[in-house]
Design a protein around this ligand. Structure first.
Ligand SMILES: [Zn+2]
Length: 275
């Protein structure tokens, strides 16, 4: 940009000396040209910054913040089936969880990532998890800002509000992977197994877990095994709900634009087992 203005200045100098009669007119033309050029350069600069933010977000998603190590960046786009890409995201979650289990978390530069993400988000996975304070997806997958689109409620149930959030991420952010994440010793599942009177809003949660709890009870396992089985069944129940209660998600799954998988987090070991 600096070079362009220097050229314009030189042109103005020579023009004014060579054609004295038309100097004023010439200077006006040069002034206009200079203003137009400046506006164009500023516009392109803003566009480049926005492109860079999106690219950096993708790099960060695929490299765990170690951008230099990334040799190629798979592209996410609306439509189309890209199973390898989705598998790479699942692998990324597994690798992050391994680091979490071992206590060897990756370093994160939040200040830098905030700046990179300010122009927009492009998370690579949606997580429907439980609100339990011990079940934090960003921590268990060793992730940072902008990578996971997380919806949490007690019992990781899929109701109309959570489904709406998932639909937004899948349809508008083009996230191709949804993980329904249950966990061991889930209080919401245990409360549903126990039954009894509960306030209406908690009842709304229990009603969504009940089919899973009933299936687990029918297996006549001991109390601990029943609770664990009910949590696993609940993951399946909520995966089914995503398709049966959301036409948007059902269509995306059927057209291979969204993959839904289940997973269980172990409170004691920190390990996530993918179903
Ligand atoms: Zn829970």
């Amino acid at each position: 940009m600096k070079r362009i203005f220097l050229s314009l200045a030189a042109l103005a100098f020579f023009a004014s000396t060579a054609y004295c009669d038309d100097t004023k007119k010439l200077m006006e033309m040069i002034q206009k040209l200079s203003t137009d050029l400046k506006q164009q350069i500023e516009k392109e600069s803003i566009e480049r910054k926005m492109d860079k933010a999106v690219i950096m977000s993708r790099l960060s998603a695929l490299s765990g913040g170690k951008n230099d190590a990334v040799k190629s960046v798979p592209k996410r786009k609306a439509g189309g089936n890209d199973e390898l890409l989705v598998e790479s995201y699942i692998e990324r979650l597994k690798e992050g969880n391994n680091r979490f289990v071992k206590g060897k978390l990756s370093s994160k530069n939040f200040a830098k990532q905030r700046e990179e993400l300010a122009a927009g988000q492009q998370p690579y996975a949606i997580i429907l998890g439980c609100s339990d304070s011990r079940v934090s997806p960003e921590l268990m997958f060793d992730e940072s800002l902008g990578q996971l689109f997380i919806i949490r409620d007690a019992g990781n149930v899929a109701d109309s509000v959570t489904l709406g959030s998932i639909e937004y991420a899948a349809e508008h952010l083009h996230v191709k992977l949804l993980v329904v994440l249950g966990h061991t010793s889930c209080g919401a599942v245990k409360a549903t197994l126990a039954g009894g009177d509960v306030p209406p809003n908690i009842g709304a949660i229990a009603r969504r877990i009940s089919p899973a709890a009933d299936r687990a009870k029918a297996k006549n396992l001991d109390e601990k095994a029943t609770a664990l089985d009910a949590s696993a069944e609940n993951v399946h129940e909520q995966i089914d709900a995503c398709s049966t209660q959301s036409a948007v998600l059902r269509d995306l799954v059927e057209s291979n634009e969204l993959k839904i998988i289940g997973a269980m987090y172990n409170l004691e070991t920190g390990k996530v087992e993918f179903q």
